[in-house]
Design a protein around this ligand. Structure first.
Ligand SMILES: Nc1ncnc2c1ncn2[C@@H]1O[C@H](COP(=O)(O)OP(=O)(O)O)[C@@H](O)[C@H]1O
Ligand SMILES: [Mg+2]
Length: 293
């Protein structure tokens, strides 16, 4: 990141910054002195009048993998999308509270949501490559941000290498991305995201459509990517959260008596090891030991 503060977020993207992700790996013992990337305070997210998640508080540390876990419908995807203003694209969605990114609220007046989403990229549950060539998929973002063709080639190669896909596709970059396997398509989508040189990569159940071997490759890749990027992953696979993440946020739902609806709450946030061995809340313990789904 050339400018980790959000001071430039209101400006148009500078194409020179794209592909220039030279942030050195800053790993060390998880959670000890890693700078805070997100500070999420009192966040409520609504869809119209319906409160989907309430009063969420936690922090995301740089170069760590933070996992969001919990039963279906507890608001994991909703919360994840609030981190890069993806909920803006859903009519009726509204975020209250503060999503502070390097000390600046991503919802503050004057912040450009397009620049927010470039710095905080997203990979979805189902791989969604464009019906274009492998090369054009990865070059797409840099191209629309005005990066010249000659530089795009280097970005494509670098991004595919970082996504652990280069060796498998380097001889067929002109072929359709749709001919790749599911696991390759998901790594291509990761390459497409990192081609914009984000700092953070959000992943919403990126392995749920993949077989165990493709899943293992993505997990390995995530651990490797965390040396350079900060990762927040939603997963309903608890073993996956336990295997790859440094921190875990466990969400559950509370029933609203009057309206007979459910609202997601963050039950517990801690070091992953602690969440899975000695959680402090009984609800977390019941969930991680499989006593409640
Ligand atoms: N676009 C939407 N419009 C209205 N309600 C939604 C929308 N997306 C999700 N919800 C509701 O918000 C709640 C949380 O959903 P979601 O964030 O998808 O949960 P999770 O990812 O934990 O399964 C659910 O009750 C869901 O039905
Ligand atoms: Mg979800």
């Amino acid at each position: 990141m050339s400018d980790p503060s959000l001071s430039a977020l209101g400006r148009t993207v500078d194409p020179r910054r794209i592909g220039a992700n030279t942030a050195p790996a800053q790993h060390g013992p998880a959670g000890h002195g890693a700078p805070t990337v997100f500070d999420i305070r009192g966040v409520n997210v609504y869809y119209g009048a319906y409160k989907a998640v309430k009063d969420v508080n936690f922090t995301v540390a740089k170069n760590e993998i933070t996992a969001l876990i919990g039963p279906s419908g507890c608001g994991k995807s909703t919360l994840l999308r609030s981190l890069n203003r993806m909920n803006d694209l859903i009519p009726g969605a509204r975020v209250e509270g503060t999503v502070s990114y390097h000390g600046k609220d991503v919802y503050a007046a004057g912040v450009d949501p397009v620049e927010v989403r470039r710095r905080i990229g997203m990979v979805f549950q189902k791989a969604n490559p464009f019906p274009k060539s492998i090369f054009d998929n990865v070059a797409y973002g840099p191209r629309i941000h005005g990066v010249p063709r000659a530089e795009r080639e280097a970005i494509v190669e670098d991004s595919l290498k970082k996504a652990a896909l280069w060796d498998e596709v380097k001889d067929k970059l002109k072929q359709s991305a749709l001919a790749l396997s599911g696991g390759q398509q998901q790594r291509l989508c990761i390459a497409r995201t990192i081609a914009l040189a984000p700092e953070v990569v959000l992943m919403d159940e990126p392995c749920s459509a993949l077989d165990p071997i493709a899943t293992a490759r993505i997990e390995e890749l995530m651990v490797d990517l965390a040396k350079q990027f900060t990762i927040v992953i939603v997963t309903h696979n608890m073993q996956q959260a336990a295997r790859v993440s440094d921190k875990t946020a466990f969400f559950s739902t509370e029933v609203n008596e009057q309206s007979d609806t459910r609202t997601g709450v963050l039950v517990e946030f801690d070091d992953t090891q602690r969440i899975f061995t000695t959680p402090s809340d009984e609800r977390t313990e019941n969930y991680v030991t499989g006593r409640f789904g």
